[in-house]
Design a protein around this ligand. Sequence first.
Ligand SMILES: [Zn+2]
Length: 273
Amino acid sequence: MSRRWRWLAFGLALGALAVVERLRPLRRRKEPGADRVGRNLVIGLLAGATTAASEWPVVGPAQRLAERRRIGLLRWLPLPKGLRVVVGFLLLDYTLYLWHRLNHRVWYLWRFHAVHHIDLDLDSTTGLRFHFGELLMAAGFRAAQVLLLGVDRETLRLWQQMLVLSVVFHHSNLGLPIEAERGLVAFLVTPRMHGIHHSTRVEETDSNYSSLLSCWDRLHRSLRLNVAQSSVTIGVQGFTRPEDVTLVASLALPFLPDRRLLPAARASGTDAY
Ligand SMILES: [Zn+2]
């Protein structure tokens, strides 16, 4: 499929999900107006432009260098082509799980990733709402994945396309029938599973880090499913008002010292700011 058709298909899928998640909502909205959607789309456009721009000077050269010099784990292992694609896909998804955990653990990374988490609601537009700084660092991480793992560009493209669809889907506010959720979550990250990761409660945020396949949380015992969505408050402690999450406040957040994001504030588990 050409790039233009892929974008059209992605736009249609996003539009359809935006309609369906309003017809069958999973959680009640706190900011139901158009302001929040507009803000998330602007942040998402900046994020998309950053990812596209970093492809040329960062990820592309890393891929070409790895191919030219035959660098990376999968190029050193004598695996048949089909198995190399499967193992490459799994390793890309597993290392993203580790990167997501780092984004919550390392203070410098958390300041950027928190921009995604402070959204007061969770729906498909939250899946676009990543600070451009986070995606710039993610491009560096992607280059490291390419060089260390030695995945070929077809496997990388396949995984990236499935990841984008998964990210928009699991951030959505789509209330799937519980049987469908249970069937899907055995393999994939679902809206209920990821909703728990976006909770203001630290112990719930510190779970469900997977982004496509749900097995990584099972492997690391970080999976948490026994939390009712009605008991989940979406957001980050201390960021409870719409004024805390405006477009300007969101874009400026990583660059301003904000004690609400400090590890001590997370550990205290209080909302007294
Ligand atoms: Zn997160």
